[in-house]
Design a binder for this molecule. Structure first.
Ligand code: NAP
Length: 291
């Protein structure tokens, strides 16, 4: 059985790491703040002193930190993964970022004889807790096969999408649908609210028909309760839309909805709501429409 090192124990990483422990894996953990590491240690994980220390003690390293600057810190800093990683190991980036960065990481790890997979996830903190994530993987197929049992411990729907970067590209496509969905829900609730409809009934009826979606089921009820706490932070969705637009530019594509959604989430982050959940977009619609 692989010995897994897990870096980044946030809203997603912590429950994912817990599921690896539940599946019987030996686990070494590292996180910037100490609290989540201690929580995992109580459940049987070992704590590492640094990403480098973690890499020395693992055969597969899973990383779930927010964005590229954070991954650069985890991988390339003085106490980073590159300093300790052993030849023949696998590094799996499960966060969401740019497909071109995945190709760069794959190249850098290959210089050390280390395999790389980009394996971002979908399904929210709920999916992470319940172990039902959708996982989309890019990299060599034989490395994917080696890591499949690890993915199965954290997710329910696992897709091999092709070479390095294909996992991230799939996730960016997914995020276009996620963000459009959220904006659609906010517009529907704005119109329904101004028209005096029963919003609880409205959410139930849209959810039971062709307008239904994961967000309608899980996030619209939170909006109605005034719960804007994050399962998925608005600042992270803004990041994903930024990488979507960058990928579109590299391919000379017009993605007008992604650009519009990026601007909306820019404004939300500008209002100081980046740490709130993506459903906080409703607060922007309320302000725009004097609700
Ligand atoms: P999060 O709650 O902000 O957690 C990030 C974790 O990474 C925190 O525990 C943070 O430590 C740690 N961290 C940051 N920089 C670090 C560093 N240099 N070294 C070690 N640890 C570091 O984020 P999240 O929601 O779990 O998201 C993680 C990634 O998954 C993002 O790319 C996001 O877009 C993606 N994602 C999220 C969701 C979701 O629903 N939340 C769904 C799919 C994909 P501290 O405790 O010190 O802050």
């Amino acid at each position: 059985m692989e010995r897994i090192g897990f870096v980044g124990l946030g809203l997603m990483g912590k429950p994912m790491a817990k599921n690896l422990l539940k599946a019987g894996y030996e686990l070494v953990v590292y996180n910037r703040s100490r609290g989540p590491m201690e929580e995992l240690a109580k459940l049987g994980a070992e704590m590492a002193e640094s990403p480098s220390d973690l890499a020395e003690r693992s055969t597969v390293i899973v990383e779930m930190v927010p964005d590229i600057p954070d991954i650069n810190d985890v991988v390339f800093s003085e106490r980073g993964v590159m300093k300790g990683v052993k030849e023949g190991s696998v590094f799996i980036d499960m966060s969401t970022n740019s497909p071109s960065y995945s190709k760069f990481l794959a190249e850098e790890f290959s210089k050390k004889g280390v395999e790389f997979l980009d394996a971002p996830v979908s399904g929210g903190d709920k999916g992470a807790i319940e172990g039902t994530l959708t996982i989309m993987v890019g990299g060599k197929e034989e490395v994917f096969e080696r890591c499949l049992p690890i993915f199965r411990a954290m997710g329910r729907h696992i897709f091999y999408m092709g070479p390095h970067g294909s996992g991230q590209m799939s996730k960016l496509c997914n995020q276009i649908a996620v963000a459009s969905n959220m904006a659609g829900i906010c517009e529907a609730l704005t119109l329904g609210s101004k028209a005096g409809l029963d919003l609880n009934k409205l959410v139930e009826l849209i959810g039971s028909g062709a307008g239904g979606s994961w967000a309608m089921k899980n996030l619209a009820p939170k909006i109605l309760k005034g719960d804007f706490e994050p399962g998925f932070k608005s600042s992270h969705l803004r990041k994903d839309l930024r990488y979507t637009i960058k990928a579109a530019e590299e391919l000379n594509l017009a993605l007008p909805f992604s650009s519009l959604l990026y601007q909306l989430y820019n404004s939300l982050v500008g209002k100081g709501l980046g740490e709130k959940g993506t459903q906080a977009l409703m607060l922007l619609f309320k302000e725009l429409n004097r609700l």
